[in-house]
Design a protein around this ligand. Structure first.
Ligand code: NAD
Length: 540
């Protein structure tokens, strides 16, 4: 795909591009940039200084220190790319950059090996009591019985989240003779098997693993995913490693489980609050702790520098680098025309993720009617954006969605049909999961507003809302009232109601659009109602 920003003309062939490196960069990366660009390096700049120095600059490279504000983007009139050496882009106003046609890139891959190695180091340190034994020796003791360890060979490691780092950890664990169980609802069993691991449900992983390591992003779904119930489900004597994000583990519950002796040890690189003010976990005699060092290796820092340099050069040459965070590539008319369709695709993908009966291993996108004449690639990508958003730590957009899906082993099939039965244009998306297929259809109302018109084999006319509840139920009087009463009791206001049914008295699907999120207790109550087959909540 070629970049098509109106800033592309700046710095035409033969002109040396100017690159401003605001927070320093690894030497190898700087060398790579200097081969073809004029490079200025600073060790951190205020907004004022940055604005003043952006005149005539084509690429800006930052770490987390320099803030790239709207003002800075406006000041950098020749700017075509802002590169973040690292992952998080919260110090960059990505929306303002997109609007200005400035490509934002990051380097999500460079710290994978470092963090995976740290995970293994932490597991081994925890199993062999390395820090405790070292401290004892420093005190002048020679205590060998107190530090008898546990071998990892032949043991079962449970990897939660089989993304970039989890996959590398699985590989390393196989290398030291461990059996690997993996839980990741967005990865196929084939991909897990390819890594020598077995994809299993979360509960089974908790119950069977001798050691458990977390590699998921922090999101509304994953926050506190290791709480009291999950710790209790684990084997007595389990060891827990967290080199992902602090909020994934309920620290109070972990402390209790360590004190009871249910959890034999924990290895923590990350904390709910960093640096942690509450040091009870860090000081616990069976905890190994490091100050968020996962990615801190010389090699990772060098790799980040080279990666940033390569990507900046690609972007300046008009190509699209793999770390593209925003979608500056689709600016202008093409973006205006496509954007309602992309939003429809995103909504359909997000609903597929939340309503499908199991982990999605393949997605089919069929474009019917007028849509069959639109370039399919961004539309299919927009479905993948909805499907994968929030499940990976990486920003998912139409630029990288295909790649991220293929990395997860999700097959993507697109097809086109010139005619559509009931609509001028229709997008039909089907998720294939081990528990069966699930289909949704959507169209645009007034050519701009997404409408869901099919849920499975039901026809419906649903104006999607930020909070929705889907209930499959026996079509008989009083069902809607009973569901409404439960929601009312939990303080959830119903904004709209939609019904899809095949025949009176059969199974119907009821969709309620809501003003507030539905608490899990309310979902459980609705699920237990007589005549309700299934309940799902979705958040857009
Ligand atoms: P990734 O996006 O490549 O992988 C995350 C995986 O988690 C994906 O495969 C996704 O499908 C899966 N996932 C999402 N929700 C899930 C859920 N509810 N249950 C199970 N699996 C789920 O991310 P990554 O680059 O491998 O990073 C993993 C974690 O490591 C992130 O939290 C990241 O912030 C953290 N990290 C820490 C350090 C450090 O210094 N300690 C360095 C880099 C990354």
């Amino acid at each position: 795909m070629a970049l098509a920003t109106d800033r592309q003309k700046v710095g035409a062939v033969g002109v040396r591009h100017r690159v401003l490196v605001a927070d320093g960069l690894g030497e190898a990366g700087l060398r790579r940039l200097r081969e073809s660009c004029e490079v200025q390096v600073f060790g951190g700049l205020s907004e004022e200084e940055l604005c003043a120095r952006l005149e005539g600059v084509h690429a800006l490279v930052v770490r987390s220190r320099t803030r790239v504000t709207r003002r800075a983007l406006e000041a950098g009139r020749d700017l075509r790319v802002v590169a973040r050496a690292g992952v998080g882009v919260d110090n960059i106003d990505v929306e303002a950059a997109t609007r200005a046609g400035v490509l934002v890139i990051n380097t999500p891959d460079s710290s994978v090996r470092a963090t995976a190695e740290h995970t293994l180091a932490m597991l081994l340190a925890c199993c062999r009591n390395l820090p405790q034994a070292y401290q004892s020796l420093q005190r002048g003791e020679w205590s060998r019985e107190a530090f008898v360890g546990t071998e990892v060979y032949g043991k079962t490691l449970g990897v939660v989240g089989l993304g970039r780092i989890g996959s590398e950890v699985a590989r390393l664990a196989r290398g030291v003779g461990m059996r690997v169980l993996a839980y990741d609802p967005y990865v196929s069993a084939e991909r897990a098997a390819h890594l020598g691991s077995e994809l299993v449900p979360f509960e089974r992983l908790l119950e069977e693993a001798d050691f458990i390591t977390l590699h998921v992003p922090l999101s509304a779904q994953t926050r506190g995913m290791i709480g009291r119930d999950q710790l209790r489900r684990m084997k007595r004597g389990v060891r827990l490693v967290n080199c992902a994000r602090g909020g994934l583990v309920d620290e109070e519950a972990l402390l209790e489980a360590l004190e009871e002796g249910h959890v034999a040890g924990a290895a923590l690189d990350v904390f709910a609050e960093e640096p942690p003010r509450d040091l009870r976990l860090v000081r616990h005699p069976r905890v190994v702790a490091t100050p968020h060092l996962g990615a801190s290796t010389r090699e990772a820092q060098e790799a980040i520098g080279v990666d940033v340099a390569e990507q900046v050069l690609q972007a300046l040459a008009g190509r699209l680098p793999r770390g593209a965070v925003n979608v500056a590539a689709f600016r202008g008319d093409a973006w205006e025309r496509l954007s309602p369709h992309l939003e429809l695709g995103r909504v359909l993908g997000a609903l597929l993720r939340q309503l499908s009966p199991g982990p999605v291993y393949a997605v089919e996108v069929r474009l019917e009617g007028e849509l069959s004449h639109v370039e399919p690639s961004p539309l299919v990508a927009s479905v993948l954006v909805g499907l994968l958003s929030g499940v990976t730590d990486q920003v998912v957009n139409v630029v990288n969605a295909h790649l991220l899906a293929s990395e997860r082993g999700i097959r993507v099939v697109e097809s086109r049909q010139e005619t559509s039965e009931d609509f001028a244009s229709l997008m039909v998306v089907t998720a294939h999961t081990p528990s069966g297929d699930f289909q949704l259809g959507g169209t645009l109302f007034g050519r701009s507003e997404p409408r869901i018109v099919r849920i499975g084999h039901y026809r419906i006319d649903l104006d999607p809302a930020p909070y929705m509840l889907f209930a499959w139920n026996t079509d008989r009087p009083g069902m809607i009232g009973r569901v409404g009463t439960i929601l009312g009791r939990h303080g959830v206001n119903i904004a709209g109601m939609h019904l899809g049914r095949e025949s009176p008295g059969g199974v119907a699907v009821m969709v309620l659009t809501l003003d507030d999120p539905v608490p899990p207790d309310a979902v459980a109550e609705i699920r237990s109602l007589d005549g309700i087959y299934d309940v799902k909540v979705a958040r857009l």
